[in-house]
Design a protein around this ligand. Structure first.
Ligand code: ZN
Length: 390
């Protein structure tokens, strides 16, 4: 269906034995096949990779961050060059996060009020105000295809009064964000809050879905919660959202997290994990995580992942990648970033095919079992890694 001048979303198939959906999202800068993983390009770059690299690995959407881009290079630059697409040389869709999470996690000398968040800039030490209106103004200057409302992000396991206050302010800020939108060609998504409390999540979804947003995100997870709670809240929240709008789970997670959330009916994801871990020398493979800096890899004259079709796995050995990391050569993180993002995008492509074939539930079960089998501990991927956008 057509949601606004900015976006249309069509669901092409729904899985038989789960809530997984196969959709197409049409934006002002092209089509996005869902479920999709969005590469995190916080500062108008996916660190170390060019837009051509991103296109090669099948990336469809790049995610930028309003908080960081507001502080540097600032809105005037984006207005002058005509937006982020021209600035970074990426012609595909861009989604911008509003800065709510960064205000919560990064800002120094921060004071929160009904008006917004006042904080000190890490670039020039000056005080700035990020309000719902200011966030929309900045995202308008950036020219993203999908904007996010500024939300109030707190630890998901805070006491009920804290969670309720944050949620209710998020609702008031969502309304102010809608009122502040000036460019009908840019879509706007709301963010459901409420921590790990079902009654609050239900109330939040009820209030926000009564307003004319183009899509809905599930926010505030991967901030203090454990994996089981996160999965439960994802399933619960996704079912509260309208079937005809895209659903976006923010800041989550591992390949196993994504497989679970797709089964819950989530369409869009972002996470710093594949690029963040690449810079530490850790790769995701079909047979679990590989830490390239470990000693045995020094003599491993084999591809990083024999099943993978990415350029890193086609052209280089584990021994070479190990060597690059040992010498602190920047090519090391770059090649592993390419592989890790390829791994995530290939998983999404497989998931889309499985949903089309009506076999997603069986596909996800098989994949999750393989992930579990290759991990040494009983926990998938070794830990309840809670990583959100930085
Ligand atoms: Zn690869």
């Amino acid at each position: 269906m057509t949601l606004s001048a900015a976006l249309s979303f069509d669901i092409k198939a729904v899985d038989v034995a789960s809530n997984a959906r196969r959709g197409t999202l049409q934006t002002g800068h092209g089509r996005v096949e869902t479920p999709t993983f969005m590469a995190v390009g916080t500062r108008a770059t996916v660190t170390g990779l060019t837009p051509a690299d991103l296109a090669d690995i099948g990336a469809q959407v790049v995610l930028g961050n309003t908080y960081h881009l507001m502080l540097r290079p600032g809105p005037e630059l984006f207005r002058r060059v005509g937006g982020i697409h021209a600035f970074m040389g990426w012609s595909g869709p861009v989604l911008t996060d509003s800065g709510g999470y960064q205000i919560f996690s990064l800002a120094e000398d921060r004071t929160l009020s009904e008006r917004g968040a006042r904080f000190r800039s890490y670039t020039d030490q000056r005080m700035h105000m990020l309000s719902p209106e200011r966030s929309i103004e900045m995202q308008t200057a950036i020219g993203s295809d999908i904007m996010m409302v500024l939300d109030v992000c707190v630890d998901s396991r805070s006491d009920e009064a804290t969670l309720r206050d944050a949620m209710e302010r998020t609702h008031r800020w969502a309304k102010r964000s809608l009122d502040a939108r000036t460019n009908p060609a840019q879509a706007l998504f709301a963010i459901v809050q409420g921590g790990v409390r079902r009654e609050l999540r239900k109330e939040s979804a009820g209030v926000l879905t009564a307003m004319p947003f183009d899509g809905f995100a599930i926010g505030g997870l991967a901030v203090g919660d454990a994996r089981a709670e996160r999965e439960d809240m994802t399933h619960f929240s996704a079912e509260l959202l309208p079937r005809d709008r895209p659903r976006y789970l923010m800041g989550v997670g591992t390949p196993a997290d994504l497989l679970e959330a797709i089964a819950a009916g989530v369409d869009m994801f972002d996470c710093i994990l594949p690029t963040h871990l690449a810079w530490q020398g850790t790769a995701f493979t079909g047979t679990g995580r590989v830490r390239l800096t470990r000693g045995p890899n020094a003599q491993a004259d084999v591809p990083l992942d024999a099943e993978c079709t990415c350029s890193t796995c086609r052209l280089y050995s584990r021994a070479y990648l190990h060597h690059l990391f040992k010498c602190s050569e920047p090519l090391g993180p770059r090649l592993v970033s390419l592989h890790n993002l390829h791994h995530y995008h290939a998983l999404m492509a497989e998931a889309r095919r499985a949903i089309e074939a009506g076999t997603y539930a069986a596909f996800a079960k098989r994949k999750l079992e393989a992930i579990d089998r290759h991990e040494h501990s009983t926990k998938r991927f070794g830990a309840d890694v809670a990583v959100a956008a930085s």
